[in-house]
Design a protein around this ligand. Structure first.
Ligand SMILES: Cc1cc2nc3c(=O)[nH]c(=O)nc-3n(C[C@H](O)[C@H](O)[C@H](O)COP(=O)(O)O)c2cc1C
Length: 257
């Protein structure tokens, strides 16, 4: 009998099995391609942050213009080698989740809700044709409203002027918090200053920056209807430019480069 319960169940089981095998096969066989695409996308964001991205040219060759360096967060030193880690493929976000390679951030210092910080970071230096330092590109991350925003910030060789800001992953709402990706908003960051008399002053404010305000150089227009995301960006910068982040490293760049 073709409509017996056992036959119906057998056919359903076989269909399910075949479909699950197909899905598993697709997931496994496409994993490498997906990882490669993700890496490529991240590299494009880094190049865009450095303002040297050219869509006509291969990402790989453009990426050679940047010099990666390890950052030892325990002393702020820039390193070319660290134990068995591979500088080319090292992903600080991945290592921030590995217990042996990261440290929990004390809650009173964790203003950006980063939770765990990698012990070894990775930054990029952009040098000009005379091998002089031009910009530094630093990975940053911090909590917005719906989740962590992951991105990069470029700062000038003066170690105080922002040259670019890009996010490669976030969960903010399109039209509200996701306006962090709006080119007009991103353009507002170029030329903004971070530290004033040694204090971190850069902030996304509520509303529009008044150019006549003495702090205008340290302020960026708020994202309308997204005060919490805006605050998240401010907190993330306050964290990564503090002693918990890159402050020591920037002092070393000052002396080394
Ligand atoms: C569906 C929905 C999505 C929202 N997404 C965001 C968001 O991505 N970022 C954000 O800061 N606020 C978001 N908000 C608004 C916040 O809940 C909150 O009202 C807002 O941040 C207050 O900012 P305002 O003073 O600029 O209105 C969202 C609200 C709703 C109802």
């Amino acid at each position: 009998m073709n409509d017996s319960v056992s036959k119906t169940l057998t056919v359903s089981f076989v269909v399910c099995l075949v479909c699950s095998l197909l899905v598993s096969f697709a997931a496994v066989s496409l994993r490498d391609a997906q990882n490669l695409n993700k890496l490529n996308d991240q590299r494009i964001k880094i190049l865009k942050t450095a303002a040297i991205y050219n869509p006509e040219e291969s990402v790989e060759s453009q990426f050679t213009k940047l010099t990666p360096k390890f950052v030892d967060f325990s002393n702020g030193l820039l390193l070319d080698e660290y134990e068995e880690l591979d500088l080319t493929t090292y992903d600080p976000v991945y290592f921030s989740k590995q217990a042996n390679f990261s440290s929990p951030i004390p809650s009173d210092l964790d203003i950006a809700i980063v939770k765990n910080k990698e012990n070894i970071g990775k930054i990029f230096l952009l040098k000009d044709d005379n091998d002089e330092l031009e910009k530094i590109i630093l990975p940053i991350r911090g909590y917005g409203l719906w989740g962590t925003l992951f991105g990069y910030i470029a700062i000038d060789k003066d170690l105080n002027t922002i040259r670019g800001l890009e996010f490669y992953e976030h969960k903010e709402t399109p039209g509200l918090g996701a306006e962090v990706d709006n080119p007009k908003w991103k353009a507002l960051w170029n030329g903004k200053k971070i530290y004033k008399d040694g204090e971190i002053e850069i902030a996304v404010i509520k509303g529009k920056v008044d150019p006549s305000n003495t702090m205008a150089d340290y302020q960026v227009d708020g994202l309308s209807g997204a005060t919490l995301t805006s605050r998240g960006v401010t907190n993330m910068l306050a964290f990564w430019f503090s002693e918990s982040g890159y402050q020591e490293t920037l002092k070393n760049i000052n002396y080394d480069s």
